[in-house]
Design a protein around this ligand. Structure first.
Ligand SMILES: NC(=O)C1=CN([C@@H]2O[C@H](COP(=O)(O)OP(=O)(O)OC[C@H]3O[C@@H](n4cnc5c(N)ncnc54)[C@H](O)[C@@H]3O)[C@@H](O)[C@H]2O)C=CC1
Ligand SMILES: O=C(O)[C@@H]1CCC=N1
Length: 279
C-alpha cells in the first residue's frame, strides 16, 4: 500500500533487524521517534514479529518493501552479506538517492557506494548496544557525497540513542569499532571475571552479582559525571599500602595495559580484514 507523501523523506528503513538494529530502533522509539516512520526488513519471522510487537514499527520480510519511500536507509546486516544486500537494492538507490547509513564493522564507504551503484551518499556509523538504553555512543564518518543536511540527518538519527562523535579520517573507524563498538563486551567480560573471583572468595552468587554490577555502574557514572580523568579517580580509591594497591599491583604485574592494547589492536585489525575479505 502506498505511504502518505508526508512520511516519505522522514521515514527510516532498517535493512536487518538483528541485535544492533533492535538496540537502535528501541532507543529511537524510547526517545519519541514515530514508530510508523520506522520500517525494518528482517527475514527471520520471530525477530520481525518481536520488533513489531515491542516497538510498534512496520516490518517486512523483503528489503525492497522496507526501503520504498524511505529517505534514510540503515544497513544493519553482517559485513559478510552487505555486498549482496546493497547490490540487490542498487537499482532502487539509483532512483531514490537515499542517505545510506551503514553500521557494519569494517565495510568502507567506498565499498558501500560502489555496491549501491556508485556516487551514493554514505555515512559509516559505529554504534554500540547501550543504544537500547539511550546510553550508546556512535562514531560517524560521511563520504564526500553527503551534504550538510545528510550529516545532520545521520547525527540526529544516531543521537536518539546516545552521544555521537564525527571522525574525520575514515581509516580510524576500525579503531572506533575496536574501542566503543566492541567495548561493551570488554566490560561484560570484566564483570564475568569479577563475579567469578567474588564467588571464589566465598560470596554467594546473588551477592556477587549485585556487588559487581553496582560497582561498574557507580564507577561508570563517576567517569562520566565527576569531570576527572580515570587515573585521578583510581588514585583516590587507592590508599597507600591498602587493599586497592594490592589489587592494582597484581593487575600491572600481569600486564593488564598491554593486554588491553593487544585486544584493541586485534579488533582493529579484524575490521580491516572484514573490509578486504568482502571486497
Ligand atoms: N552487535 C553489536 O554490538 C554491533 C554490531 N554492529 C554491526 O551491526 C551489524 C549487525 O550486527 P548484529 O545486529 O550484531 O547481527 P545480527 O546477526 O544480530 O543481525 C543481522 C540481521 O540481518 C538479517 N539479515 C540477513 N540478511 C538479510 C537481508 N538480505 N535483508 C534483511 N536482513 C537480513 C539477519 O536475519 C539478522 O537478523 C554488523 O554489520 C555489525 O558489524 C555495529 C556495532 C555494534
Ligand atoms: O563484533 C562485531 O564484529 C560487531 C562490531 C562491533 C560490535 N560487534
Amino acid at each position: 500500500m502506498p505511504r502518505p507523501a508526508s512520511t516519505l523523506e522522514d521515514t527510516t528503513a532498517f535493512i536487518g533487524g538483528g541485535n544492533m538494529a533492535r538496540s537502535l530502533v528501541g532507543g529511537m522509539v524510547a526517545r519519541g521517534a514515530d514508530p510508523a516512520a520506522i520500517h525494518v526488513a528482517e527475514p527471520v519471522d520471530a525477530l520481525r514479529e518481536a520488533l513489531a510487537r515491542d516497538f510498534g514499527v512496520r516490518v517486512h520480510a523483503d528489503a525492497g518493501d522496507a526501503v520504498a519511500g524511505a529517505g534514510t536507509w540503515v544497513f544493519a546486516v553482517k559485513p559478510q552479506v552487505m555486498r549482496t544486500v546493497c547490490e540487490g537494492l542498487a537499482a532502487r538507490a539509483g532512483d531514490a538517492r537515499p542517505l545510506a547509513v551503514s553500521i557494519a564493522a569494517g565495510i568502507t564507504t567506498a565499498q558501500l557506494s560502489a555496491w549501491l551503484g556508485g556516487d551514493a551518499a554514505v555515512v559509516r556509523a559505529m554504534p554500540n548496544t547501550p543504544a537500547l538504553l539511550g546510553a550508546g555512543v556512535t562514531g560517524l564518518y560521511a563520504n564526500a557525497a553527503v551534504d550538510a543536511a545528510g550529516r545532520e540527518r545521520a547525527a540526529s538519527l544516531l543521537s536518539a540513542t546516545g552521544e555521537t562523535v564525527w571522525i574525520a579520517d575514515e581509516a580510524l573507524m576500525d579503531a572506533v569499532t575496536a574501542v566503543s563498538g566492541s567495548g561493551p563486551a570488554y566490560v561484560f567480560l570484566l564483570a564475568e571475571a569479577m563475579e567469578d573471583a567474588a564467588r571464589a572468595q566465598g560470596l554467594p552468587a546473588d551477592a556477587a552479582r549485585t556487588l559487581v554490577t553496582q560497582t561498574l555502574l557507580g564507577a561508570a557514572r563517576m567517569l562520566t559525571e565527576a569531570g576527572e580523568p580515570p587515573a585521578g579517580l583510581r588514585r583516590r580509591v587507592t590508599s597507600p599500602g591498602g587493599t586497592t594497591q594490592a589489587a592494582i599491583e597484581a593487575f600491572e604485574a600481569g600486564g593488564l595495559r598491554t593486554l588491553v592494547a593487544e585486544a584493541i589492536a586485534a579488533a582493529t585489525l579484524r575490521g580491516r580484514e572484514l573490509s578486504a575479505a568482502n571486497d
